[in-house]
Design a protein around this ligand. Structure first.
Ligand code: ZN
Length: 498
């Protein structure tokens, strides 16, 4: 068999094993009864191990060696071999014993964190977090990196590193902090409509209606309930989304659904020919997040979008919303607040929460922040950036699961990279589609989706994030389109010059 054909067939098998594990995970997070937990953990671990064994097999290394000339080609096969090589390297660099020590430790850490979080006692989990820092540093030592966090960044956002992200974030921060301060000094908008009765079934039906209007294909997907919403892909023909419902606040289900729909639109529109290969899914965490945030925020929280959908949501919820005007509604779903919790943060303050985490995890990894000082460092930074101090560790450094369930590092920067990219992609789409705002105002979302499919989605992981951004927008990634977007949108909403 020719080496490329054999490689593709092997990659297809790895992808199928991975997808089978994903189906089990999806079930675990939606319908599985609690009694299934123990066996399910074992079953998923077995499939993941089988996939890992194939991914790191000597035969895989040999095939990739034979295909080194293909890797140099500027073609889809070239990109495929390069991506497969990256994955093979990642799978073989770290010794198996360290990997299993990390897996065992992080699963114990996760359950202790859940207890510590409930009790809001950082001390309970501190020694285990220290151990996670140590194991994460040992993991990073197997990669040729300048900073230990680079080993993890490269996994989530390939091609980027601490130096490039720090520079990008510094430019963002310098202008974002004064923007946030100016907005936060304004009176808080009326948000009373966000605390009323919104029947669950109606919320789900309306969210599904909006999702379909954005172009989510329910013939190749479905939506189910879960605790922590996510999107999951089994194949190009089966890309699922999940949501949750707060019966007193429609925004969590609706914007959560639009967010996951954005992730799903990316996956559903990748060229079918890439299915079953390492190119057959989104190229990075940051680019993926750019699509969830583009649809959730730049489209879903925009004035044109609600010019079209507001009469519809009023009809669904005549009781709380019938007498409300569009301006009040639009301001309520775009309120900027001195919040403590990242996942509830608005578009303006969200990136301050992310940069805090990125800086602290970098410092823990390089030893400049002792783990014992994490709670104080967190609280001080919150006070400096947002003017609020978490009253408890639960609302502070115990709130996010990332540091307590996997190696430390690389899990946060993608959120802010995604926000920056979302504005840059959207600005490029506006340039290419001069009628875009009016189209959104008429509920015509296909032109935007088609532009994104043509310039981003169909390529899957063919291009690394930096290259994709350049190809789609003509420019290197920059915080400026995002800052311009915030100034224009929130300047108008709050009636201030930003
Ligand atoms: Zn997301």
């Amino acid at each position: 068999m020719n080496a490329l054909v054999e490689l593709k067939s092997e990659l297809r098998a790895i992808s199928d094993l991975h997808a089978a594990a994903m189906v089990l995970e999806w079930d675990q997070n939606t319908y599985m009864p609690p009694g299934g937990a123990e066996a399910r953990g074992r079953q998923i671990a077995l499939l993941s191990r089988l996939a890992h064994e194939r991914r790191s097999a000597d035969r895989m290394g040999k095939l990739l060696g034979e295909l080194s000339t293909v890797a140099d080609q500027d073609s889809t096969d070239g990109a495929l071999v390069r991506r497969a090589h990256r994955e093979w390297e990642r799978a073989t660099k770290v010794p198996g014993e360290l990997m299993s020590e990390l897996r065992n430790h992080t699963s114990r850490l996760y359950s202790v964190w859940a207890e510590a979080r409930k009790a809001s006692e950082f001390a309970k989990v501190m020694p285990l977090l220290e151990k996670n820092v140590e194991l994460s540093r040992r993991y990073a030592e197997h990669f040729p990196v300048d900073h230990p966090i680079d080993a993890f960044i490269d996994e989530h956002d390939p091609g980027m590193n601490a130096a490039s992200i720090t520079a990008l974030f510094a430019e963002l921060r310098a202008e974002l902090v004064p923007i946030a301060e100016k907005i936060l000094a304004q009176p808080v908008p009326d948000r009373t409509i966000l605390d009323a009765d919104y029947p669950e079934a109606k919320q789900l039906a309306f969210a599904a209606h909006v999702s379909a209007a954005l172009g989510y294909d329910f013939e190749r997907g479905r939506q189910d309930l879960t605790h922590h919403p996510f999107m999951i892909r089994f194949s190009s023909g089966d890309v699922r989304i999940t949501t949750r419902v707060d019966p007193r606040d429609f925004s969590s289900c609706l914007f959560g659904t639009i967010h996951e729909t954005g992730h799903a639109l990316y996956e559903q529109n990748i060229a079918v020919a890439l299915d079953g290969t390492p190119l057959g899914s989104g190229t990075s965490t940051g680019v993926h997040e750019s699509q969830s945030r583009l649809w959730e925020n730049l489209v879903g929280r925009s004035r044109p979008f609600w010019e079209h959908f507001f009469p519809q949501i009023q009809e669904v919820f005549p009781e709380p919303l019938g007498g409300v005007d569009l301006d009040t509604f639009h301001r309520a779903v775009n309120t900027v607040e001195r919040g403590l919790v990242r996942v509830e943060a608005d578009e303006v303050t969200y990136n301050l929460h992310v940069m805090l985490r990125f800086d602290l995890e970098r410092q823990m990894l390089d030893g400049t922040l002792p783990v014992a000082e994490l709670p104080d460092a967190w609280d001080e930074r919150m006070e400096a950036d947002l003017g609020v101090r978490p009253p408890t560790d639960k609302m502070g450094c115990l709130q996010d699961v990332h540091w307590y369930c996997m190696p430390i590092g690389g899990g946060f920067q993608g959120y802010t990279l995604g926000n920056l990219m979302s504005a840059q992609f959207f600005a490029a789409a506006q340039k290419a589609l001069p009628d875009l705002d009016a189209q959104i105002g008429r509920g015509e979302l296909a032109p935007l989706r088609e532009w994104l499919t043509e310039n981003l989605y169909r390529h899957g992981a063919t291009y690394l994030p930096d290259e994709l951004v350049k190809r789609a927008t003509g420019e290197a990634l920059s915080p400026q389109p995002f800052l311009a977007y915030l100034r224009e949108k929130f300047g108008a909403l709050y009636g201030v010059e930003l």
